[in-house]
Design a binder for this molecule. Structure first.
Ligand SMILES: *Cc1c(COP(=O)(O)O)cnc(C)c1O
Length: 390
């Protein structure tokens, strides 16, 4: 297809190999400087491009390619696969579009796929659709290596680590090795960790897939998804699926996402550090049970997480004694919006059970830590816990 755009031709100055995450984030995907042009060119709004003569790429029609996507795709490749030039990234209208593109482009009737049974809440809907197409769906929980028992003859292993909302973690290296030994491909949903938290391709996965709606873009104003994988047949099929389904991001969304990635390291370091601080404060509270944060040294996920993650995410989960208590707690918060999603600079929290679908207790709260001053946030949470008692 459009090889000129997928191989990084015309790429800007490459950030030195040993550069830190902040340096890579601020420079990711920038084009070669051009006098009188902005550092990050603005969004290119185009349904079609001038195309006299033979219709050759890179830019022909707006559902196939767009220069604003190209820069964003390079930026994400640089973050997901530092120092590699054999990978490509494709951006999508949402995380679900990215997930669907991998599943529906790689699987055929008669294939078997292994999905998590404790992953993102739309996966059961995806399962029903896969089954309607004659694909066998097997499931396994994220933690505990149960995937190994259902791998036999599978075409694709799908893992989500840390899982949303349970925050369980699986050993990507071990599972990828086992899957590859059986001839299965491996996809990792990297939404919660972000590429600054873990690098699925480096751990052996074939695809890093994520919702950029969450911490990658971090402002709660954009829906986005992406797939990163080694250039070749599998990614060509993902690209073809995007063209067929038309699940493409608008140029404005792609540009906003690229702009937001410049602050990724600042945001994740601040938010993730505060998440650990909040988890430590919550641990002291008797009404809080089943507290989970993979960065807590005694969390059940920590040992495996520390083998493969450099940052542990901004999501903390815990259970309050009842649905009513959790509702009163969420009501009493002043600095935290009662809203779904996670990863934004403004803290959000929700009682996850209100959606149905996740196997969680009624009092289960998923808390996404934002970029507020840690002391203010912790004080607000402790005050809301006090106010919701009784
Ligand atoms: C939100 C989320 C998705 C779906 O992403 P959208 O951008 O909402 O389509 C997929 N996986 C995980 C882990 C998520 O948190």
């Amino acid at each position: 297809m459009n090889d000129a755009t997928s191989t990084g031709a015309g790429h800007g100055p490459v950030v030195p190999g040993g550069a830190g995450d902040g340096t890579r984030a601020v420079r990711a995907g920038l084009p070669e400087p051009v006098k009188h042009e902005p550092t990050l060119p603005g969004p290119v709004f185009a349904a079609h491009f001038h195309l006299p003569g033979d219709p050759t790429g890179p830019y022909t029609y707006g559902r196939d390619e767009n220069p604003t996507w190209t820069l964003l795709e390079r930026a994400i490749s640089e973050l997901e696969a530092p120092g590699r030039d054999d990978v490509e990234t494709l951006v999508f209208a949402s995380g679900m579009a990215a997930i669907s593109s991998v599943l529906f482009s790689q699987l055929r009737a008669g294939d078997a796929v292994v999905l998590p049974d404790d992953g993102y809440q739309a996966l059961p809907l995806v399962r029903a659709q896969l089954e309607a197409y004659g694909i066998e769906v097997r499931t396994a929980p994220t933690g505990g290596d149960a995937q190994l028992e259902v791998l036999d003859g599978a075409r694709l292993l799908w893992i989500e680590t840390p899982s949303n909302p349970g925050l369980d973690v699986c050993d990507v290296r071990r599972l990828a090795e086992a899957a590859h030994a059986q001839g299965a491909l491996v996809a990792v949903d990297n939404t919660l960790a972000t590429p600054l938290g873990q690098l699925p391709l480096e751990l052996g996965a074939d695809f890093a897939v994520a919702s950029g709606t969450k911490q990658l873009t971090g402002h709660g104003d954009v829906l986005l998804g992406y797939v990163t994988g080694r250039s070749g047949e599998a990614m060509a099929a993902v690209r073809r699926w995007r063209k067929i389904a038309g699940a493409i991001p608008g140029p404005m969304e792609a540009w906003l996402a690229h702009r937001s990635i410049a602050t990724l390291q600042l945001r994740v370091d601040r938010q993730n550090a505060t998440a650990l601080t909040l988890a430590r404060a919550l641990r002291e509270r008797p009404e809080v049970t089943d507290l989970r944060y993979p960065g807590l040294p005694d969390d059940p996920s920590h040992k495996t997480a520390s083998l493969q993650m450099r940052r542990y995410g901004c999501v903390v989960s815990f259970t309050l004694p009842s649905r009513a208590r959790a509702d009163r707690f969420l009501d009493a918060l002043r600095l935290v919006d009662d809203a779904t999603s996670f990863g934004g600079v403004r803290s959000t929290a929700e009682r996850r059970g209100r959606w149905g679908g996740d196997a969680v207790p009624e009092g289960f709260v998923r808390f996404s830590v934002g970029a507020e001053d840690p002391a203010d946030l912790v004080a607000d949470v402790l005050r809301a816990l006090d106010a919701s008692a009784g």
